[in-house]
Design a binder for this molecule. Structure first.
Ligand code: ADP
Ligand code: MG
Length: 707
């Protein structure tokens, strides 16, 4: 690629060099919005546009919201003093349909000097309300002459997000607009294209400079939409190219962990020890995984299945195949409680088989740990279950053949990568997640993974009755809980725990615990408490007692969210349900309804709940379908907010809406395949620019081999 020094320099220039910005403002832009270079600013898109060609009758303003534009005259400027002796300036602005109050709260001397009664002006500003009265504060005012030459290309004015601090330094939306306008006028020669010309032409998409121009200063709605479409397509293509390339790279890596047959161990267990009949979905998924293991290439598969769909037994059967062929298996889970539980379950299922199962967590005693590490290194341990402790540097395996990662949305990509580095060869990787991710999203987020889905629940599950109570009706929820527990079942009461106000949350938890104890212990109901800050030993004791039915009501934070399995628990009360995301609520609810008995999930919220939270709760009450919930969640919150995707450091979308842009995603995938088939290394003149696209989109992190 020919690199023109000047071109590069222009975009990479720091903002302080721009006229009107300077050092202080540049620092503020960097701090507040993360904008450092000219290019950053170009990518800072307006959050909306105002149609400046529309002029409203003043008389209609009382029914308007947001930004408005009117044409008329002032009469009567007057200074008004409030009780604390602060002054403001008020004026009445009118046309022949009505009038509206205009207010300046400070620095208004210039207004009095500049504007006259009886002259015609255009006002542009946001409607505010004081009681019933609508007014506009600090409007932008233009004379007829100025209005004709407003510095807006076309008729739409972009509005940019700003912060208080920026405004204090004179950087409001209008300021940003002017700077960007200046940049855009310099663009056409400065921008190199990252999409092949013939593709742009075929899809009728604008060039890079045009797309920027149209996104910031569209002359029509259609122009804006075409620009956005270009950015969406560009994003989709970058992601799909990346996925195709890493998929291709992986399929070229032969695995030294070759498995030819399912093996004796598997058959033994399958025939004599399987505690139930597998569902068809489980059978299918095991076959898919087995096919990977036999393929001679490294498996990298995502196993998706709603909570309770039975992923553990799948993992176990697959592990037996690998162990039966002489390899070790490591299973990594996100919490100690879960590690413990998996370990015990697996151990008891494998009791009669010659498999050496062990548990390694950060609270494994030193002596035992040393033995464990040796056992792994020497190969005496076949199957190790553990937490992060598993990826610590001292852990070495003799023949690690398969890594199973459960509930992967809790883990970062880095950790995943690190675990794979434990060996000089590449073990197979099976990632299991209970977060139901819509297919389009899975395809893009995890596009370099193969996907298996367990889309069927084991038979005999009774639906969970989900109800919402406000604080004033808490006693009803408690009555229900009493009834359930007195009839021999167990219950969870879950409190939110947010790291930022962990202290407050823990206090709320303890208070809730005390209240429940007061209310329930007189019925000889045993109540106990569990949270992440407790010592591991105490946590284990409590969890065990709960599992054994010695504790009837377990009051806890979300530590029980993941994977805990006590089938006698038929009741869950979720406190402050308004503070939970949909996906998390769904995970929590998945902890109950595991036996054949009817279960209840009761949400408790304050009497007053915000409308967004209420909407979430409505969705949650209306369905048990994890995929539906995930889709609604996506629609409501957008990609960036989806639990897990952010923490995991996965690339999330900037322009694409996973629900709604499926067509673009699929199209981009087809195109990526097609392009890479024709030009595998992206070296021909028409496609070389795509290398740059990938590089820029992912900062060259993903494949040094071709970029
Ligand atoms: P998850 O997919 O959430 O990890 P689990 O593996 O914990 O689900 O399984 C949930 C429960 O369903 C467990 O108690 C398990 O024993 C049971 N289970 C799994 N598969 C079946 C099946 N095919 N038939 C009956 N019960 C099953
Ligand atoms: Mg599980």
């Amino acid at each position: 690629m020919i690199v023109d020094k000047n071109k590069e320099d222009f975009l990479k220039q720091s903002l302080e060099k721009l006229k009107g910005i300077g050092l202080i403002r540049a620092q503020t832009l960097a701090k507040e919005l993360g904008l450092k270079t000219v290019e950053d600013l170009l990518w800072y898109f307006p959050y909306k546009h105002i149609d400046r060609s529309k002029i409203l009758p003043v008389g209609s303003l009382k029914n308007e919201n947001g930004y408005v534009q009117v044409r008329g005259q002032f009469y009567d400027f007057r200074e008004v003093y409030s009780l604390n002796n602060k002054s403001r300036l008020e004026a009445i602005f009118f046309d022949n349909t009505g009038s509206v109050k205009i207010v300046w709260f400070s620095n208004y001397k210039w207004v009095l000097n500049k504007y006259r009664i009886g002259e015609t002006y255009y006002l542009f500003g946001r409607i505010s309300r004081f009681g019933d009265e609508a007014y506009i504060a600090h409007p932008e005012i233009s004379t007829e002459e100025q209005f004709k030459h407003l510095p807006i290309l076309g008729k739409f004015q972009p509005l940019y997000g700003t912060t208080e601090r920026m405004k204090k330094q004179g950087m409001d939306s209008r300021f940003i607009m002017r700077i960007i306008q200046q940049l855009i006028s310099m663009l056409p020669e400065q921008m190199e294209e990252v999409l092949p010309f013939h593709i742009l032409k075929r899809l009728k998409l604008p060039s890079f400079p045009d797309a920027f121009k149209w996104v910031h200063f569209p002359e029509s709605v259609e122009q804006y939409e075409r620009a956005i479409k270009r950015f969406k397509f560009q994003e989709a293509l970058a992601i799909q190219l990346r996925n195709e390339i890493s998929l291709r790279e992986r399929k070229k890596q032969p695995s030294s962990v070759v498995i030819h047959k399912a093996g004796k161990l598997f058959h033994l267990f399958y025939r004599y020890h399987l505690p139930f009949t597998l569902t068809r979905a489980q059978e299918r998924v095991i076959k898919e995984i087995f096919t990977d293991l036999k393929s001679g290439f490294r498996m990298n598969r995502l196993l998706q299945g709603d909570v309770g769909s039975g992923k553990t037994i799948v993992a176990l059967l697959v592990a037996l195949i690998v162990i039966g062929n002489g390899w070790q298996v490591a299973m990594m889970v996100p919490t100690e409680i879960l590690a413990q539980q998996h370990y015990e379950r697996i151990k008891s299922l494998l009791e009669l088989l010659p498999v050496n199962v062990s548990l390694l967590t950060s609270s494994t005693p030193k002596k035992e740990r040393k033995l464990l590490l040796e056992g792994l290194k020497e190969g005496q341990i076949d199957f190790i279950v553990g937490t992060h402790a598993l990826i610590e540097d001292v852990v070495n395996f003799k023949k690690l053949g398969l890594v199973i990662i459960d509930e992967q949305h809790r883990f970062g990509v880095v950790q995943r990568a690190k675990l794979q580095l434990k060996t000089t060869y590449s073990p197979h990787v099976l990632v299991m997640t209970a977060t139901p991710i819509p297919r389009t999203l899975a395809m893009t987020l995890y596009g370099d993974l193969d996907l298996s889905v367990i889309d069927e629940l084991p038979p005999g599950r009774k639906p969970i009755q989900t109800m919402h109570f406000t604080e004033s009706f808490r006693y009803r929820a408690w009555d229900l809980m009493k009834r359930e527990v007195l009839s021999g079942h167990q219950a969870y009461v879950v409190y939110p725990l947010i790291e930022e106000n962990e202290k407050l949350d823990l206090i709320a938890l303890e208070e809730g615990f005390e209240a429940i104890k007061r209310e329930f212990s007189r019925f000889a109901i045993v109540v106990d408490m569990l949270h992440g800050r407790m010592k591991q030993k105490d946590k284990d004791t409590i969890m065990n007692q709960f599992r054994e039915g010695k504790i009837h009501i377990l009051v806890s934070t979300t530590v029980i969210e993941v994977g805990v399995d006590v089938s006698n628990a038929t009741m869950m009360i979720i406190e402050h349900a308004e503070r939970f995301g949909l996906a998390q609520l769904h995970q929590l609810r998945g902890r109950i309804g595991r036996g054949g008995e009817k279960s209840y999930c009761l949400l408790i919220t304050p009497d007053q709940v915000g409308s967004e939270a209420m909407e979430r709760i409505q969705v949650f009450l209306s369905t048990m379908d994890g995929f539906k919930i995930a889709e609604e969640d996506l629609k409501m919150r957008g990609m960036g907010e989806i639990e897990g995707t952010r923490q995991s450091g996965q690339h999330t979308f900037r322009f694409i809406e996973p629900i709604g842009d499926e067509k673009i995603l699929f199209f981009a995938q087809r195109m990526a395949k097609f392009i890479l088939q024709k030009d595998p290394m992206l070296e021909t003149p028409s496609y070389v620019c795509l290398k740059e696209l990938i590089n820029r989109s992912f900062q060259g992190m993903y494949f040094s081999d071709i970029a």
